[in-house]
Write a protein that binds this ligand. Structure first.
Ligand code: FES
Ligand code: FES
Length: 182
């Protein structure tokens, strides 16, 4: 007997993906095989390693523990969706590059998504906070030291960019004010 298929509309990385999948299709498999977003990696497939972590409405979730049908209506961000609007690296991506936060890279998408959400919640983490932030993700290569450094650097880059945007705004406002008084 052939399996019943369901039409599912996934909102991924600010776009919409229309897929037709069995009810048992895992979100991780749907992202990789049905949406072609192979940046999400699958390691243990039972919620332990964190490699498959994506953001669901901004919250890190193990995509191997969710069904694709249950993700309909949610805003999903995979590692492919982390880059800035102008395609430059996000603070976390930039920090991993600067601090050598990866070796083989298999675990990296899960760390990048997890930390992206982590520094939104805690923009100025201590080293202990950074270790807590990544406690649910496994890496077999790095020994975690450079990943912890990457968390701290990512938060710093994020703060620097926010300060830069604020001063650009202030400069824009003051230009505008000067024009107003002429
Ligand atoms: S593949 Fe999902 S937690 Fe390991
Ligand atoms: S860099 Fe290889 S598993 Fe983390």
């Amino acid at each position: 007997m052939s399996e019943e298929l369901h039409d599912v509309q996934l909102r991924v990385n600010a776009g919409v993906q229309q897929i037709r999948v069995p009810a048992r299709r895992l979100l991780s498999d749907a992202l990789r095989h049905d949406c072609g977003l192979t940046g999400t990696h699958v390691g243990c497939e039972h919620g332990v390693c964190g490699a498959c972590t994506v953001l669901v409405d901004g919250v890190p979730m193990r995509s191997c523990l969710m069904f694709a049908v249950s993700a309909e209506g949610a805003e999903i961000t995979t590692v492919e969706g982390l880059t800035e609007a102008d395609d430059s690296l996000s603070p976390v991506q930039q920090a991993f590059r600067e601090c050598h936060g990866l070796q083989c890279g298999f675990c990296t998408p899960g760390f990048l998504t997890t930390i992206s959400a982590g520094i939104e919640t805690n923009p100025d983490p201590t080293e202990d906070d950074a270790r807590d932030m990544i406690a649910g993700n496994l890496c077999r290569c790095t020994g975690y030291t450079n990943i912890v450094k990457s968390v701290l650097r990512a938060a710093e880059i994020q703060r620097e960019r926010a300060d830069g945007a604020e001063s650009d705004d202030a400069a824009g406002r003051s230009r505008h004010d000067r024009q107003d008084v002429r």
